[in-house]
Design a protein around this ligand. Sequence first.
Ligand SMILES: [Zn+2]
Ligand SMILES: [Zn+2]
Length: 350
Amino acid sequence: MTNEPQVTKHGGGIWSIPVPIPDNPLGHTLVHVIETDAGPVLIDTGWDDPASWQALRDGLAACGTSVNALHGVLVTHHHPDHHGLSARVREESGAWIALHEADAAVVRRTRDVDPSRWLGYLVEKLAAAGAPDTHTAPLRAALAEGRGGRPPGRRAALPDRGIEPNALVALPGRRLRAVWTPGHTPGHVCLHLEERHPGRAGPGGRLFSGDHLLPTISPHIGLYEEPDDDGSSDPLGDYLDSLERIADLRPAEVLPAHQYAFSDARARVDALTAHHAERLSDLRALLTQRDLTPWQLAESMRWNRPWEQIPFGSRTIAVAEAEAHLRRLVKLGHAEAVSGSHPVAYRATG
Ligand SMILES: [Zn+2]
Ligand SMILES: [Zn+2]
């Protein structure tokens, strides 16, 4: 079966190429192509899979160019649906790869970590969050049998350069500014094309928003994967601050890395802010009834389906989301850890 690539020409030397993500309900990553005086530059590359690679090649051909012609790759964040094919693109074209330092650090750690240590770390983290033995048993069994598993992104490319917040990216003939938007990952960036929109009047330009701002999906916010997490980071707080920064740019159009392009950034930011505010107040209400571990809190939260129907891997993601909201509530002074509890439980304050 062959699928014709549905490349979208956005005008002003910008295209998007849908690169499929195998076995994932998201469907595809929108890889953007920016024409520059030094050759085309990609924003993100897509999942590392033969079919995805072929889709990227076909897509570039449909844009009238090729992998060999690429001048550089700007990566919005380290996740494998964005950074997966970067190494392959560099190998074939000699293009540089740029990533924000905070995400480059995640890539370095993931490449260096011994797989069994990574699994041990995951088991420890889940147990500390109050996960029951039934949830961690398969992981512990794998660990005992020496099936270390492979952390995602072990083959991810080390970048050649950083992306400096607030600075213009050195793209000949274009005016593209990096906006650091931590939250979804510690080094997520949006890229603001400070040029007049080819189809719309007024200032504002276009914003490549990665996973930070999507038309209908609320991006996953968990705790950052820090080996020595001392409780000081606040990813949800970072995310909400970053959302405001984006709305203040008043882009005429948002070009996200999934779904489709849209125009009203302010309305989308307001909806996401309201969503998290509501979630935080629901969670605080739950914590006034009884002390809860992050795991128990995740079980009690509203999800898109009943907890019993949430599969194993998604529960791990759900508990990370609960932890990020708890961290925010603690920072706001609305919740605190119950001293002496193990695994640590939380209660509402104030
Ligand atoms: Zn992502
Ligand atoms: Zn993504």
